[in-house]
Design a protein around this ligand. Structure first.
Ligand SMILES: [Zn+2]
Length: 146
């Protein structure tokens, strides 16, 4: 029995920051089609690009939810630039685990990192961006001719 499986199990049962993030500035959801795991990360970044808070929600297996919990735990307080380019293999190195062994467990073990990186690329629109209602876009309507 590998100790990382026990660690993942512990995180799965008692996750760090599972739930919605208050004051989220970035968010994204990523899905693994091979086994239908799905994870969403919600992040709160400050003006300097520091990850103040990382929360996740998901519908995943023990492995990817456990990893998401560990990821949420470790990325907080760090600059987003430390994570945007990080490879899965490098992240496993930081954890002290073998990427090959994790990938042998399940294809979705890269999902948490992908979801975090997708969230970092996905700032949430706030306040004054409402093109959706279209009333002021492109000026007054000219479509009145018969
Ligand atoms: Zn999974």
């Amino acid at each position: 029995m590998c100790n990382y499986q026990q660690t993942l199990h512990d995180h799965y049962l008692d996750p760090h920051h599972r739930g919605p993030c208050d004051d989220a500035t970035h968010a994204a959801m990523v899905r693994c089609n091979e086994n239908n795991c799905q994870l969403e990360f919600e992040l709160s970044l400050d003006g300097d690009g520091i990850i103040l808070q990382a929360w996740f929600e998901g519908d995943g297996c023990q492995t990817c939810e456990g990893l998401a919990s560990m990821l949420a735990n470790t990325c907080e307080g760090q600059p987003q630039t430390a994570w945007t380019q990080l490879s899965f293999a490098h992240w496993c190195q930081q954890l002290g685990w073998s990427a090959e062994e994790l990938l042998g467990l399940t294809p979705c073990c890269g999902l948490p990192l992908l979801a975090l990186q997708a969230a970092l690329r996905s700032p949430l629109d706030t306040l004054d961006d409402d093109l959706a209602d279209g009333t002021s876009f492109g000026g007054p309507s000219l479509r009145e001719e018969c």
